[in-house]
Design a binder for this molecule. Structure first.
Ligand code: BGC
Length: 816
């Protein structure tokens, strides 16, 4: 142990105290031994350091920081170097704001377009998500601070996020949900990782030794610290045993006391506690920020960089008759409220207070190349959350008199947020009406989309062009202006598939699961892996994006180690192309998607220029996880290697022979027809149980049994106590109000989905777990007994805490 001597000078109380937060975003220091506290901050696309009262839901404003495009946008750039540069910018802002650890990037796999946090995550594909996350991590950490990739793992929904059990077969877990983290850890070497709220196959991620030690540390070589998600620790002792380090935010001494008691009663060996401390201190000492480090950053330069990132990430989805770029002198109409009130980030803990904010209105008005006529209406939503009846008379007049209409549509703020999932994939009806009315007087409609995830686009065949900026950050509007005018050639490609309808998605029947569980019945067939294999038509395929120029692919050579080919810019303007390399195996015994992304590259070319490129095929290119041997194995034989412009646009095909590992077929004799065909939209329970290798756990809450610590507040509806059911009805009414308000009340969603233990874990030192148990007694109908226990638990807590604090204060005397 590197810090054995230092650790020997800590008392048991001090050791325990170091492994939980001090405040909402700080850890504890021990001055007498020179152990510093550290400061954490969200988040993935910009800092959220709150100067005043801190919270984990992004409710109170934070210090101004650059709001970069969200991960869902940046992933469309497929540009690892850009991701690393973005990380560097984040790192510089961390140093200036004295933040030692940035809580990001978020790299959960987009299992369904409806995940409320889809805007915070990169992709449906683990290679793309992992490579981008690793780049962010390298960039952030190059400035001497720590990244904290999250949420580890299988955390693909917000509904009941703190209690839900992700039921997923091991092969899918390894190949899809863990591979992204594996790449982030091996190639980014993060100093920290955040464990997810949810359970995975019955065990809380934060208490899963197989995940946190066997896989993360022993297999992947992670040597940093595991941070719980905020309020995500269920049993701190179990967490520390399993390999988790710090419990956040600040549960108070009651949590530290649990560690002390566990050591005293032999439940937790002190050597294990010491080991965790050693790992923890190793990180803490490596991320201190020098006192004389700069306290400011160049806000203008960072804004300019945010614009560059946004421009590289914009995706041109349709461009008929060369309507874009806008010709010089074009008379253009701007329609829609996002023209002056951009949607540029999502809600929740990732919310950034931007240093400045560009709007399409200002940016397009400042362009001498075009003549702008603007018209916009009130928000698509009224203050009561009802869709606005849009009076289109003026708009129609305007649309009739211009050559091109730029119509700004997309997801409204209420549609996507941490703490809740989207209910459907449709745009608001008033937006569709608006399109129809504008289209009835002018067919030259360019739709400009904002939003962090896929949407249904019923007008896609009618409009002339569609450009998607996702959530482009504070300079997104300026970047969009440059693309519309052709100052920048669009080069982004979709990091997720865009289904035609929500019903077409593979997890449609399973997402977000029932009360206790979320069954990942679709297995590894998510996103393009499904559409491609089951031959389901999509609106726009994974990896798709247009340009103002054209590219020709040629001369493919393939070996086991890589694909080498040439790309030529055959158009008239400079531009960048993203080439994707997929691998498939037609004659395999082991079922698998038709093809899977294994590498990619982005190249910038002037007109007529040609370059030869090599995309490496690494250890992940041909492997599959064998549930029988519990290892990565290789199936012997020929593999197809496709070089493609999108998952549906294959430009070149090669083949390669791979030597196998001769592992037994784990599925021999098993009846898995849906998985063998990839038609996983309606997998029968029995078949899923075969894939899982065990019976499917019960999905519904047991309404008859008393409520327990890990049951959620939303289960109060089943409480024996009438008063508790009354409280439930009040909370339910507040949630319903929030649902339709147009501005989600994140507090209500957090309370609704919170397990009872959260009362102790998130309310700081006021309540401990024994008090929670007494509250549960009351809820379960034993009012007087519960009340008496509550009072005595509160007294015991007070005494124990005083003794604990005395012990901490005396630590110096005891240990010197
Ligand atoms: C989120 C994390 C975030 C943390 C701190 C949690 O609710 O899940 O992503 O980093 O809060 O704000």
């Amino acid at each position: 142990m590197k810090y054995a001597e230092l650790i020997s000078r800590l008392t048991l109380e001090e050791k325990a105290a170091l492994l939980s937060g001090k405040g909402n975003f700080t850890s504890k220091e021990i001055k007498r031994l020179g152990i510093p506290g550290i400061t954490f901050s969200d988040g993935p696309h910009g800092l959220r350091k709150q100067a005043g009262a801190a919270d984990h839901l992004g409710l109170n404003p934070s210090l101004p920081a650059t709001c970069y495009p969200t991960a869902a946008a940046v992933a469309n750039s497929w540009d690892v170097a850009l991701g690393e540069a973005l990380g560097e910018h984040l790192g510089i802002e961390c140093v200036a704001q004295r933040v030692n650890m940035l809580l990001g990037p978020g790299l959960n796999i987009k299992r369904s377009p409806l995940c409320g946090r889809a805007f915070e995550y990169f992709s449906e594909d683990p290679i793309l998500a992992g490579k981008m996350a690793a780049a962010y991590i390298r960039g952030i950490q190059s400035k001497g601070v720590s990244a904290c990739p999250k949420h580890f793992a299988a955390n693909s929904q917000e509904t009941l996020r703190m209690s839900s059990d992700s039921v997923v077969d091991e092969r899918t877990l390894r190949e899809i949900y863990l591979t992204a983290f594996e790449i982030a850890v091996k190639e980014g070497r993060p100093k920290a990782i955040m464990s997810a709220y949810n359970k995975i196959n019955g065990v809380y991620a934060n208490e899963d030794k197989h995940l946190l030690r066997d896989i993360l540390r022993d297999e992947w070589g992670f040597d940093g610290m595991v941070v719980t998600d905020w309020g995500g620790s269920d049993d701190h002792v179990a967490g520390v045993k399993a390999g988790s380090h710090i419990e956040m935010p600040a549960p108070g001494p009651c949590s530290d006391l649990l560690l002390v008691e566990a050591v005293r009663n032999g439940e937790l060996e002190e050597t294990v506690l010491d080991e965790r401390l050693d790992e923890y201190l190793n990180v803490v000492f490596s991320i201190t920020i020098a006192e004389d480090a700069p306290t400011e950053f160049d806000t203008e330069a960072h804004h300019e960089f945010a614009k560059k990132v946004a421009a590289e990430s914009i995706v041109l989805l349709k461009n008929e008759d060369g309507i874009l770029p806008l010709p010089h002198g074009a008379r253009v109409g701007l329609i829609g409220n996002f023209v002056r009130k951009p949607r540029y980030q999502g809600a929740g803990s990732s919310i950034v207070n931007p240093t400045k904010l560009d709007t399409a209105l200002e940016c397009l008005n400042a362009c001498p190349e075009i003549e702008v006529v603007a018209s916009y209406e009130p928000d698509f939503l009224q203050s009561d959350g009802k869709p606005t009846e849009i009076d289109t008379i003026n708009m129609k007049l305007l649309a009739r008199n211009v050559e091109v209409v730029l119509l700004f549509l997309g997801l409204t703020e209420d549609a996507e947020s941490e703490g809740m999932d989207r209910r459907h994939m449709a745009l608001k009806r008033n937006q569709l009406d608006l399109f129809r009315k504008i289209f009835s007087v002018n067919h030259n409609v360019v739709v400009i989309l904002s939003g962090g995830s896929a949407m249904e686009l019923p007008f896609a065949d009618q409009c002339k062009a569609i450009v998607h900026g996702y959530l482009g950050g504070q300079a997104g509007a300026a970047a969009m202006t440059d693309v519309l005018l052709g100052r920048v050639t669009p080069s982004g490609k979709l990091a997720e598939s865009w289904p035609v309808r929500y019903e077409d998605t593979p997890a449609f029947r399973y997402f977000p699961g029932a009360e206790k569980t979320s069954e990942y019945r679709e297995g590894p067939f998510i996103g393009y892996r499904y559409y491609d294999t089951a031959k389901i038509p999509v609106r726009f395929p994974f990896g798709f994006g247009l340009s103002y120029t054209t590219f020709a692919y040629s001369d493919l050579r393939v070996t086991e180690n890589g694909a080498t080919f040439s790309i030529k810019n055959t158009g008239k303007v400079p531009g960048a192309e993203i080439a994707q390399v997929y691998v498939g195996k037609r004659d395999g015994k082991i079922f698998r998607p038709t093809k899977e992304l294994k590498g990619f590259t982005k190249v910038f070319l002037n007109p007529g220029e040609e370059k030869t490129l090599t995309v490496p095929l690494d250890d992940k290119a041909f492997r599959y996880f064998n549930v029988k041997t519990g290892k990565w194995e290789f199936e012997e034989g020929a593999y197809e290697v496709y070089v493609a412009a999108s998952s549906e646009d294959i430009k070149l095909t090669g083949a390669v022979e791979v030597v196998g590992t001769d592992a037994p077929d784990p599925y021999k004799g098993f009846s898995l027809p849906s998985y063998r065909a990839g038609t996983v939209a309606d997998v029968p329970a029995e078949e899923f149980a075969v894939l899982l290798g065990r019976p499917i756990p019960k999905a519904k809450w047991d309404r008859a049994r008393p409520l327990e610590r890990n049951d959620t507040i939303s289960q109060l509806c089943y409480a024996k106590s009438r008063a508790a059911r009354f409280v439930f009805r009040r909370i339910e009414a507040m949630k319903r109000k929030s649902d339709v308000s147009g501005k989600p009340d994140l507090n209500i969603y957090a309370i609704y989905n919170m397990p009872f233990r959260g009362i102790a874990k998130l309310m700081g030192p006021m309540v401990d777990l024994n008090m929670v148990d007494s509250i549960l007694e009351i809820v379960n109908g034993r009012f007087w007994g519960g009340l008496i226990h509550l009072i005595s638990a509160w007294r015991r807590k007070g005494k124990a805490e005083k003794a604990f604090e005395r012990a901490l204060a005396d630590a110096g005397k005891e240990k010197g």
